[in-house]
Design a protein. Structure first.
Length: 170
């Protein structure tokens, strides 16, 4: 609402050129927010890696929670679209994810995605934790990803959870 009021005021003060520039900017933010949503809903939850080709910049960088080391790089950092694709494929093997986007904020070339995620291991153990991912966009693609989640709570829940019985897994 606030951005719409600002757009109307600027358009009336500066004419139609400002209005179309603001509309383009709003459109870019909406596209960026959709790419962030695709990252989570398609890639992470549905385990569909295909959208990564269209939403990641080739030189994208991803930084995870400092306590999390990926199997792909052995660190909490991934460089390039190929490493991020490998990471997404690996976590899809290790976990079954569910959960909905709770909040999605965007301004300029940045988007923040907040969700509460339930992660399920192959043995049936689950953990439900909040995740926040910060995206930065360049030339219409995701160029930088910073991801944090409550790794301590996640670890504690997995350690405390009994493995599911064979009947519960089906």
């Amino acid at each position: 609402m606030k951005s719409t009021v600002i757009a109307v005021l600027l358009a009336s003060l500066l004419g139609s050129t400002a209005s179309s520039a603001i509309a383009a900017s709003t459109s870019d933010v909406d596209k960026n927010k959709q790419m962030a949503r695709t990252w989570y809903e398609e890639v992470i939850v549905k385990e569909n890696l295909t959208p990564l080709d269209s939403i990641l910049a080739p030189d994208v960088v991803m930084e995870l929670d400092p306590s999390y080391k990926t199997k792909v790089s052995g660190t909490n950092k991934l460089s390039g679209a190929e490493q991020i694709k490998q990471h997404a494929a690996q976590i899809s093997k290790d976990f079954d994810f569910s959960g909905d986007v709770i909040d999605l904020f965007g301004e300029g070339n940045k988007v923040v995605l907040y969700r509460v995620v339930t992660q399920k291991l192959a043995d049936g153990k689950t953990a439900t934790v909040p995740w926040v991912t910060f995206f930065e966009f360049k030339n219409g693609k995701i160029a930088n990803i910073k991801h944090v989640h409550d790794t301590l709570s996640e670890k504690q829940q997995f350690e405390a959870a009994p493995a599911a019985s064979t009947a519960e897994k089906k």
